[in-house]
Design a protein around this ligand. Structure first.
Ligand code: ADP
Ligand code: ZN
Length: 739
């Protein structure tokens, strides 16, 4: 290991004059004090190995020691890693996130230590060059081509060389073994390190130039927050690319945050075309080698651009100068387990601490951001029209109370006809339904038994292609039984309601000659960044090798399908049920986003929403393209109900294996609830998902005026109640999920 070891650790060493340092460990503990061996020259932010019980663990020097333990009892730091120390701003950010979310700072720091191998000195790769004197070997055509490539490039790695010469790697290795090639060690290659010279982007429209110039003017000029708003396809991405380009040119690092699901291959391709290099990618499925190089590249300041999911916020940037949060309204930015945080909000705090600009981008901004813009806390830039005059799609409502589909079908005659017309015109249609699987409920026709998850308060969803019933909340899956577990009847199960698989069956029957593609996250080994199969499926849609695409959320975001002119939403009401505070807002955002897939190029688009509530204000706002009016009404309602963003919420979730014990703790919490001006506490009540992964759950909710500091209230509250070992109490500041 390439770190500095403590030279003497014997017990009889005199350490009375050794400095004490406080070391933060990636656990919900401490920081703890350790003794700093003088020869290690530790500074705050250094990554160190320290003894913890019988083990040695990784930690970060967090400050000077507190000194309330006698030196005799303290253990020395075991070693220091030869890596750039964690920057002060990053340490302050970790402390800030811990304080805001009421999480121990060690748990927050853990999110920064997801590539521990990066702390060791990075190794470069092995490359080859032509030997000075060639041994006596036969010059086959392949070998000749290898020498030609080396003539041009000087050195190249085996794989690269084989590819360029159009031969196998074995040929390269053979040449090296014969002594005709020499090996050279290459310096480590960090991702997104080489951007020069930067290419030019497309010629921007006047509106785009204006917006891009405003953003560029903010670079290097301290903290600012900007809401970049504008219809889908207006060129918001092109505009923020300009800001990223300018930030690269200034030598600083940029971070583009995206909801995991929107990290599409299309965006990366676009990025590569614009910048001549791929950005560094960061999300849950990046492999260990890339993870290590990116972490280290970011820490050393070599990696200039990271495009990533919310966890990319916790990389130890040494000179971050710009954050862009694309699709800022997405609920996926909220992490719901471990440290419960909203990446958009934490990103704003990060920009504030770092003193640089942040740009929040959306065609359907969150009410939070709109209100912040109206209050003058955010600057607002607006791109009013689609690029190159592409028209916004017409949105029509299909009243399902009148336009009834045939029995056990889900597509109305009107939508079916529209699909037929679209295909006849040689164009593409998309059918959207935000529900995976075949049917959300499986019911026994003889006794009425419903197939339920054994671990959760949830129905099992039939996945016919996999032949399984699955719970969408835990990992439970079981084969579809032949007999009803209650009445033992055979073949009595009936699927109730549609999922995308069922729509796919219906479409295949209605349009037997159409080329149909079904896209849902469970059909691939993951999302675009990792799943080659999904990338390939998207490409097929893009290149018009598919006539009808059917899918869930994963087709709603970011994609640009030039031949797609019809979007049909199978169940527009789906998100409106359930008591979520943001149900209307989210439904509007999602449907607007889906609608935005239609008619992005020359051909005008058409969107049809199947709804049983055509008079609902979400449907009306979509049909009339009245976003501002919708937001105004939504804001009025929230203000009247004193709900966020006009108040603050914090939730407590009590969970455990024993109902009685969970109920007991929840009631004690209710008794200990804070009281006072501007505070209301609701609950306890069983959570809508009253059982999840085998744990019983109760919820309490605190609602406070915006000026009430919620964190101290919450931590005092939770600390007043004794919590038995197997009951868990989680605090969720600014909750987005109420399940
Ligand atoms: P948004 O992010 O607002 O949805 P995009 O930046 O994705 O919009 O732009 C939509 C499409 O229009 C993309 O294919 C993009 O490359 C193209 N586009 C936008 N602005 C321009 C421009 N000024 N010149 C050429 N193409 C543009
Ligand atoms: Zn379950």
């Amino acid at each position: 290991m390439a770190d500095v070891d403590a030279s003497s650790q014997k017990g009889d060493t005199d350490r009375s004059d050794w400095r004490r340092v406080s070391v933060l460990l990636p656990y919900p503990l401490g920081p703890y004090d350790y003794l700093a061996p003088p020869e290690m020259n530790l500074v705050v932010g250094d990554y160190v190995r320290v003894p913890l019980g019988p083990r040695e663990v990784l930690g970060v020097v967090w400050g000077e020691g507190l000194g309330d333990v006698s030196a005799k009892k303290m253990k020395p730091v075991a070693g220091r890693f030869d890596a750039p120390s964690m920057p002060e701003i990053h340490r302050r950010f970790i402390d800030w996130v811990g304080a805001y979310t009421l999480s121990p700072p060690g748990t927050v720091m853990r999110m920064s230590l997801t590539a521990p191998k990066a702390l060791e000195q990075p190794r470069g790769g092995v490359a080859f060059r032509r030997a000075q004197t060639l041994p006596d070997i036969a010059l086959t055509p392949a070998r000749r081509r290898i020498f030609d490539v080396l003539e041009e490039r000087g050195t190249a790695a085996a794989q690269e060389l084989a590819e360029a010469a159009g031969c196998g790697v074995a040929v390269v290795r053979g040449l090296a073994d014969s002594g005709a090639l020499e090996t050279v060690m290459m310096p480590p290659r960090y991702p997104a390190a080489a951007f020069e010279p930067l290419g030019d982007g497309p010629t921007l429209s006047d509106d785009q130039v204006l917006a891009a110039d405003r953003l560029k003017a903010k670079l290097g000029a301290g903290y600012s927050a900007t809401l970049l708003d504008g219809v889908t396809g207006a060129g918001k991405t092109e505009v923020y690319f300009e800001a990223v380009a300018a930030n690269i040119a200034a030598g600083r690092q940029s971070l583009v945050l995206l909801p995991e699901i929107a990290l599409s291959a299309q965006l990366l391709d676009r990025f590569a075309r614009r910048f001549g290099a791929m950005p560094a990618l960061w999300h849950s499925d990046v492999g260990p080698a890339a993870r290590r190089m990116t972490w280290r590249g970011v820490a050393e300041g070599k990696t200039k651009v990271v495009v990533g999911a919310r966890s990319a916020l916790f990389l130890p940037y040494c000179d971050l100068g710009l954050i862009v949060v694309d699709e800022e309204h997405e609920a996926a930015f909220k992490q719901e387990d471990g440290v419960i945080y909203h990446a958009r909000d934490m990103a704003v705090a990060r920009a504030h601490l770092g003193g640089f600009p942040i740009v929040l981008v959306s065609a359907t901004p969150s009410l939070e951001s709109v209100v912040n813009a109206e209050a003058g806390r955010y600057d607002r830039l607006y791109l009013p029209s689609r690029h190159a005059g592409a028209a916004l799609p017409r949105i029509g409502l299909i009243d399902m109370r009148r336009e009834r589909p045939p029995a056990r079908r889900f597509l109305s005659p009107m939508l079916t006809q529209a699909v037929a017309d679209t295909l006849a015109a040689g164009e593409q249609a998309m059918l959207f339904l935000n529900r995976r699987g075949y049917a959300p409920l499986t019911l026994c026709r003889s006794c009425g038994h419903r197939m339920q998850c054994p671990n959760c308060t949830a129905w099992l969803v039939e996945h016919r292609f996999q032949g399984l019933l699955r719970c969408h909340h835990c990992d439970h899956a079981e084969p579809i039984p032949t007999n009803c577990p209650q009445c033992d009847n055979v073949g009595s199960f009936a699927p109730c309601g549609p999922g995308v698989e069922r729509i796919s069956d219906e479409v295949s029957e209605l349009f037997p000659d159409a080329r149909v593609s079904l896209l849902a996250s469970d059909m691939f080994q993951g999302f675009a960044g990792r799943g080659m199969a999904l990338q390939e499926a998207i490409r097929q849609v893009q290149d018009h090798e598919v006539d009808i695409v059917i899918g869930t959320q994963i087709i709603a975001k970011g994609h640009h399908f030039p031949m797609l002119t019809l979007v049909g939403v199978v169940d527009a009401d789906l998100g409106l049920t359930g008591g979520d505070l943001r149900a209307s807002e989210r439904t509007y955002q999602l449907l607007h986003q889906v609608a935005g897939r239609a008619g992005r190029a020359q051909r005008p688009g058409h969107v049809l929403l199947q709804t049983y509530m055509p008079e609902h204000r979400v449907m009306q706002a979509l049909a009339d393209n009245q976003r501002e009016a919708f937001l105004a009404v939504e804001a009025d309602e929230r203000r009247a109900a004193a709900m966020p963003p006009f108040s603050r919420l914090a939730a407590i979730i009590v969970s455990g294996p024993d109902t009685a014990e969970v109920g007991q703790v929840a009631r004690e919490l209710a008794r200990a609830a804070p009281r006072g001006e501007g505070i209301v506490v609701l609950g306890p009540a069983p959570a809508p998902l009253s059982m999840l992964r085998g744990l019983h759950r109760e919820r309490l909710l605190l609602k406070a005026r915006r000026d009430v500091p919620v964190q101290p209230l919450m931590s005092d509250w939770v600390n007043r109640v004794a919590i038995p070992g197997h009951v868990r109490v989680q605090v969720d500041i600014d909750p987005y999920s109420f399940l």
